[in-house]
Write a protein that binds this ligand. Structure first.
Ligand code: COA
Length: 354
């Protein structure tokens, strides 16, 4: 897709709950083992939100971190898009709560939901607004607290997910376009394979006072989702590369949705990508749904895996069913770097980890 204005990712940020829950902790809750979870998923631990920590709080922390990275004034932001399936409430939107908290006084704000693919959809939406010249600066956040919707007695699902938020800042660029290509798809006929029933207005108990039942929990056909994912990832990356006018060989890093290391490795193999090109933090975050791609990128930048000039394939898949990919060239540097080196700056995210 060709746009009249170029777009560039200039910031990335994270917002994480402070509590770390290990596989050994889960052994005390359900009939599972650290070895089973690590072998089947690659996950060792995950962050889980406390009762006090909310989706909006994590989103706001990630937004502030990304704004710091980009070195922009929040008033430059003209669009806030939050991808989430687990907002604090039906409304106001999480995006409006973020907009107020960061002082983005000139921004439009809305939430959108494409489950774990949400961040890729949100990036594509932001690119449409920036590419058309409507807005010059957008904040895009993926955030989820799935732990509130997990059945903690179901070993098939509760071991997989973690909570968190990841954010990107995207800015118009008159000289270069670094959001090179996108691809988005959905297949609603597979919605029942991964869903959280009894959480919306179709729920017969909604609005009944006092409540007659608790809300539903995440339900999943693990094998069917596995099969879907290992096909969806290569399809999306190849199609987004084609949109970008490049080939899979031109990709330096694959930044996939962090659901399961076996899915990620199998998809990379199908794409003919070397293991060194895989970016993953699933071992320490689990599946953080809409947050997982920016969180993986945030950590890869911190450990120096992704370099300035790297061409990255972001690729998501999840409930809906939905899947999609965005090809981006990463050229941004953390504007706080010098002050961090002097030890003067501690972001809220860093502080929240202590
Ligand atoms: N600990 C120990 N045993 C477990 C377990 C756990 N946490 N969860 C399931 N098992 C058991 C099953 O009950 C089954 O036992 P059985 O053979 O006696 O019935 C056995 O392990 C094998 O289960 P199976 O479903 O074949 O395992 P798997 O190799 O397919 O792995 C998943 C299960 C869930 C890890 C895998 O299917 C998967 O990752 N699917 C995709 C899920 C996903 O990513 N969802 C989110 C997408 S956004």
């Amino acid at each position: 897709m060709k746009f009249s204005h170029g777009a560039r990712l200039i910031g990335v940020g994270a917002g994480l709950p402070s509590a770390v829950v290990t596989n050994f902790d889960l052994e005390k809750l359900v009939d599972t083992s650290d070895e089973w979870i690590k072998t089947r998923t690659g996950i060792s631990e995950r962050r889980i939100a406390s009762e006090e920590e909310t989706t909006s709080q994590l989103a706001i922390a990630a937004a502030k971190d990304a704004i710091g990275f980009a070195g922009i004034d929040p008033q430059e932001i003209e669009l806030v898009v939050v991808a989430t399936s687990t907002p604090d409430n039906l409304y106001p939107s999480t995006a409006c709560m973020v907009q107020a908290a960061i002082g983005a006084k000139r921004a439009a704000a809305f939430d959108m939901e494409a489950a774990c693919t949400g961040i890729v959809y949100a990036l594509a939406v932001a690119q449409q607004f920036i590419g058309s010249g409507t807005f010059k600066c957008a904040l895009v956040i993926g955030v989820d607290i799935h732990s509130r919707f997990l059945n903690w007695a179901d070993r098939n699902t509760c071991i997989l997910f973690g909570d968190g938020a990841g954010a990107f800042i995207i800015k118009a660029d008159e000289k270069e376009n670094e959001m090179l290509g996108t691809y988005l798809r959905a297949d609603g006929s597979g919605g029942h394979l991964l869903h959280i029933p009894n959480t919306g207005s179709a729920y017969p108990h909604a609005g009944v006072t006092p409540p007659t039942a608790t809300h539903g929990f995440l339900e999943m056909n693990g094998r069917a989702i596995y099969e879907f994912a290992v096909n969806a990832v290569p399809e999306a990356v190849r199609a987004a590369c084609s949109d970008a006018g490049i080939t899979v060989d031109d990709i330096d890093f694959l930044i996939p949705h962090q659901a399961n290391m076996r899915i990620i490795k199998s998809a990379a193999e199908r794409l003919g990508m070397a293991p060194e090109k895989i970016v993953s933090n699933v071992n320490e975050m689990g599946n953080t749904s809409a947050a997982s791609i920016p969180l993986a990128m945030w950590q890869a930048l911190k450990r120096g895996q992704i370099q300035v000039g790297s061409t990255c394939a972001l690729v998501g898949f999840g409930g809906g069913l939905t899947w999609g990919s965005a090809i981006v060239k990463w050229t941004a540097v953390d504007q706080r770097q010098s002050s961090q080196d002097e030890g003067t700056q501690v972001t809220e995210v860093e502080a929240s980890k202590k």
